[in-house]
Write a protein that binds this ligand. Sequence first.
Ligand code: TRP
Ligand code: ZN
Ligand code: CA
Length: 437
Amino acid sequence: MKLSARLSALAGASALVLGAFAAAVPASAAPSGAAAVTPPDISVTNVKQHLADLQSIATANGGNRAHGRTGYKASIDFVKAKLDAAGYTTSLQTFTSSGATGYNLIADWPGGDPNQVVMSGSHLDSVTAGPGINDNGSGSAAILETALAVSRTNFQPTKHLRFAWWGAEELGLIGSKHYVNNTPAAERAKIKAYLNFDMIGSPNPGYFVYDDDPTIEQTFKDYYAGLGIPTEIETEGDGRSDHAPFKSAGVPVGGLFSGADYTKTAAQAQKWGGTQGQAFDRCYHASCDTTANINDTALDRNADAIAYAVWNLSSGTTTPPTGTVFENTADVSIPDNGAAVTSSVTVSGITGNAPATLKVGVDIVHTYIGDLIVDLIAPDGSVYNVHNRAGGSADNINTTYTVNASSEVANGVWKLRVQDKAAVDTGYISGFKLTFP
Ligand code: TRP
Ligand code: ZN
Ligand code: CA
């Protein structure tokens, strides 16, 4: 795997160490048995931007996003606006708790079998003590970015996808209990999987998988096996998050967790890194649970694991957009840690401006996509960044991005500009495609 090549080149690792490392990392993330569906890479940069926005909301609202406080409703409005713009059918479910109105946000991705629902949820409320960025901005932002990736790639799964942001978890799973209790049994039975994400970017992280539905559990374990990272079963209080009411109602559940106030053992620090004898999250339920209280690597891995599970558990296809296509399939090599290169297409015969949903097909073969900055350049030179060094050591970008190009005249020469900003790994542009709906 190229990560080992990079380590060897950068650090001069001995053949012995390199051999041991390479042997510990399987070649692919295919789950045992079935062929795995490859989801798009979830951009940790985007997930962190959502966290920065939630932090700003807390800061502007007395330092928290707690149930019954203005920061909670502002958080709900923020997430809802993004989902509405991405084509989700959203609904706000209200309830009353401790004399204040609470809100759940439910977002359905149109399509898929309505009798087979794959649902992902995270609580969006914080405690009153702080902004709640790891608990639980992390899960909320990661499922938001996963939902947006579903939209960007126009994912058309066999099953129906639903996402939920719960209110008043911190007061005793109030929002999720309200949803489960107010969903008729026949509707509940259609939920074939409920995936819960509560605290997935802990600063001294562990990699815990819920030990509930075996298929869901195995899906997450397969993802981590593909990365060569050991997981443990989540034991920091089963039933302490929003999967509990679903589980009680007989819905298959699962989830990921990077640890709260339990202490990382020496053995755990040995296999995961971090600090033994220290809590997974020393800022759990405290004012210091800010954007500084996030481990980017854990957040990145867990966000990608969420997409892996959502894609694989709903087993569908990503349909190429239909419309008028302009494409350049000539290979353009990208110099290592060098100057930007471009691939161009000439658009003609389109009246007026480009659409708000311009589909930008990017096919780049590269051994380390974390090296790359990828921009779309409009005919007048306007720059639209679509990839900014996210994805770490993942191979290749083969994705269709949606760009709001509605302020650009459609006709003219459009360019895909790619720059490799770090030494060692290399690659080439293999295809650039614009689709006008
Ligand atoms: N739900 C708890 C909170 O929000 C955190 C927590 C503790 C947790 N143990 C857990 C979450 C186990 C998921 C699984 O404060
Ligand atoms: Zn929580
Ligand atoms: Ca490089």
